[in-house]
Every structure is written in structure tokens, then in C-alpha cells.
Design a protein around this ligand. Structure first.
Ligand code: NAD
Ligand code: DAU
Length: 334
């Protein structure tokens, strides 16, 4: 029975949405968040949650004594904490190696020591990319073939978890999800960057021709999938999470512009990132058929409109970071 979980990275985008999901859906569960509050973490992401249900510990997942102290008090660990942005990993891979590999290692060692259930949140990017044309999708059998320092660091941590399951009997599951969108996403990422560009009078920036494809899922559907795997998934298994949401970047940007009352072509094309991935597509059959999971928020236009409204109504949440984020992109001609 799960009564107390440790959520690493619970003050980031997907982690905080997961914490909110658990508080809403699982009234008997207490959540301890371990988060370093890097540039991507924000106390405000947990604002309004009941103090008796959620405890925030500010600290580093690489801090073994702290991690051991927290892990021994919980029934399960759900590990979201990471350096998560591909563009940043191309500028400086160091924190990606440290947090994503060493931090994950620190967590699984503590879970091994205290026999605690562990769920590892990973990405479809570990499989590399797919050709733009065709209907191939990533499956749990797809060969690992990461492209960026970020995705290579996530792939490394997945492999550590698999080895800890096999060699040490770690009670772990892994999930690999596609691109999330929704509230509280850092404005360095594609969708919130474009929305906040428009809201702040800047032109949206499309990398390359915009023909690359991402497979979008609302972050609440990611949360329900992770909870399903945590509570009903088979130990040692990998589940892919996706909601059949493939769209070109150009189509997403045009939809944002239209929903925000702008001409469809009111954007700049800038250079693409080195080693860019062409297409991601997730085959979530195993999760759907074995565990009966289904996404709920599958109308992308509705989800996007809600996301736009969220950024419109939470300007105080993003405004202070905007100039700095754009200055950084401008230095890289993006
Ligand atoms: P994010 O960058 O918004 O949040 C990451 C959080 O981790 C932040 O709160 C940050 O402060 C914290 N953190 C970073 N280093 C830490 C450390 N050393 N110790 C403790 N906390 C630390 O990331 P996100 O987009 O919410 O992604 C969360 C997880 O989901 C990551 O593991 C990512 O690989 C995975 N994922 C993301 C997506 C996506 O579309 N964003 C898709 C699939 C999987
Ligand atoms: O698929 C899962 C992955 O999705 C996660 O593992 C990562 O943590 C998450 O950041 C995301 O990675 P991407 O690199 O796909 O996301 P990003 O939002 O950075 O970019 C999405 C696409 O949009 C990509 O093709 C690059 C493009 N892009 C991005 C930015 C920031 C633009 O065209 N313009 C932009 O300004």
C-alpha cells in the first residue's frame, strides 16, 4: 500500500503537475518533494497545495546522506528530477551527466539499501528519432540510440535501473514518455516560449523549416500513466507513454498563432539545433492493453487553448525570466 511517496523534481514542470495530480486523486497519500530548485524549479509550482499533504525538501539528488534519510521514510520514489533541456545540454553537458546519471545512481542505491519501490521517469528520446515519413513508432523493443547529451544521459540512467533490477532485485519500473505540454512548463521549451513571445510582443521562433514532428501529450495524462505504472505495473518492465499526438512544429506554431489572434505566418525561422531529432512517435499499446490506461485530454486544440490561457493569466510566473531566456537564445542565433 502506498501512503507516502518521494517525488524528485517535484517543483519542476511535470513533477509539480504529478504532485497536484496525486493530491487531487489520492487523498490518503502524503508527498515529499526533493528538489534542488535549479533555474527550472520553482516553489510557486507547488503554491496552494495543503501543507499537511505536501512537504518540500530543497536539496540535491546527488547528496547521498540526504537521499538515504528521505528514501527510508517512504513507500515509493518517483524520480522526475533532471536537467531536461536539449539546447542547454548542447551548450554544457556537465550538469546533465551529474544530475541525470549520478543523481539517478544515488537514488537507486538508496532504494536498493532500503528495499523501496522505485519508478524511473524517462523519455522517448532514448530511442533517437524516426524518419519524417512513415508510420514507424518507438516500442519497448526499439534499440537505444540517443542523439544529444541530454538523451544520452537519460539513456544511461535507464540502463542503470535495468542493471539494478537484474543484479540487485530493485523493485523498479521505467516509463518513457513523449513531449509534454500544459501549465508550469519552463519558457525555454517550444510551446511556452512561443506563447510568451506573443504575449510579450516578440516574434515566435521556429527552428529550421518546422517540419520536425513531436508526439504531444498533456502532462495530466502523463501523470495518470505514471500513477498507473507505479501502482499496477510489473516490476522490471518498461512502459512507453504517449497519446497519439504527432504534429509538425510548424503546425503547432500556426495553431498557437491562430488561437492567439495572430496571422499564421507571424514568426521567424531560425537555425535548428545541431543533431536535431526529426520525428518522435510513441506506441503505448503495452500500457493501454496490459494496464488499461487511456489518455483523457486528447483534444490538442482544447489543451493548447487552456495552456495559452494559463500563461496569459500567470504573467507574474514567467515575466521575470523572459528577457534572460531570450538573450540566451539570441546568443545562439535561435
Ligand atoms: P524541468 O526541467 O521542468 O524540471 C526538472 C526539475 O528537477 C526542476 O524542478 C529542478 O529544480 C529539479 N532538479 C534538477 N536537478 C536537480 C538535482 N540535482 N537535485 C534535485 N532536483 C533537481 O523538467 P520536466 O520537463 O518537468 O521533466 C521532468 C522529467 O520528465 C525529467 O526526468 C525528463 O527527462 C522527463 N521527461 C520530460 C518530458 C517533457 O516533455 N518535458 C517528456 C518525457 C520525460
Ligand atoms: O520527447 C520528450 C522530450 O521532449 C523530453 O525528454 C525533453 O525533456 C523535452 O524538453 C522535450 O524535448 P524536445 O527537444 O523535443 O523539446 P523542445 O520543447 O525543446 O523542442 C520541441 C521541438 O521544437 C524541437 O523540434 C525543437 C523545436 N523548437 C524548440 C524551441 C525551443 C523550435 O522550433 N523553436 C523553439 O524556440
Amino acid at each position: 500500500m502506498i501512503r507516502h511517496i518521494l517525488v524528485t523534481g517535484g517543483a519542476g514542470f511535470i513533477g509539480s503537475n504529478f504532485v497536484r495530480y496525486v493530491v487531487r486523486q489520492q487523498p490518503e497519500v502524503h508527498v515529499t518533494v526533493l528538489d534542488k530548485l535549479t533555474y527550472a524549479g520553482n516553489r510557486a509550482n507547488l503554491a496552494g497545495l495543503p501543507a499537511e499533504r505536501v512537504t518540500l525538501v530543497v536539496g540535491d539528488i546527488c547528496d547521498a546522506p540526504l537521499v538515504q534519510q528521505l528514501v527510508q521514510k517512504v513507500d515509493a520514489v518517483v524520480h522526475y528530477a533532471a536537467e531536461s533541456h536539449n539546447d542547454n545540454s548542447l551548450q554544457d553537458p556537465t550538469p546533465f551527466i551529474q544530475t541525470n546519471i549520478m543523481g539517478s545512481y544515488t537514488l537507486i542505491e538508496a532504494c536498493r539499501q532500503y528495499h523501496v519501490r522505485y519508478h524511473h521517469v524517462s523519455t522517448g528520446e532514448v530511442y533517437g528519432d524516426l524518419p519524417l515519413v512513415g508510420d514507424a513508432k518507438f516500442t519497448p523493443e526499439t534499440r537505444y540510440n540517443p542523439s544529444s547529451p541530454y538523451s544520452a544521459s537519460k539513456a544511461s540512467s535507464d540502463l542503470l535501473v535495468r542493471a539494478w533490477v537484474r543484479s540487485f532485485g530493485l523493485r523498479a519500473t521505467i516509463s518513457n514518455c513523449s513531449n509534454n505540454y500544459g501549465p508550469y512548463q519552463h519558457i525555454e521549451k517550444f510551446i511556452p516560449r512561443q506563447i510568451t513571445n506573443i504575449l510579450s510582443g516578440r516574434r515566435p521562433k521556429l527552428y529550421g523549416t518546422g517540419q520536425n514532428i513531436r508526439d504531444w501529450i498533456h502532462t495530466d495524462d502523463h501523470s495518470s500513466a505514471v500513477w498507473t505504472i507505479l501502482t499496477r505495473g510489473r516490476i522490471g518492465e518498461t512502459y512507453l507513454i504517449g497519446a497519439d499526438g504527432q504534429r509538425t512544429n510548424q503546425a503547432v506554431l500556426e495553431m498557437i498563432l491562430t488561437l492567439m489572434g495572430q496571422p499564421k505566418d507571424a514568426y521567424d525561422q531560425v537555425q535548428d539545433r545541431p543533431g536535431r531529432d526529426l520525428r518522435y512517435a510513441i506506441d503505448a499499446t503495452k500500457l493501454r492493453e496490459e494496464l488499461g490506461w487511456q489518455p483523457q485530454l486528447t483534444d490538442f486544440k482544447v489543451g493548447l487553448q487552456q495552456t495559452i490561457d494559463w500563461y496569459r493569466h500567470h504573467e507574474e510566473w514567467w515575466q521575470a525570466d523572459k528577457a534572460k531566456v531570450e538573450a540566451r537564445y539570441a546568443r545562439n542565433k535561435q
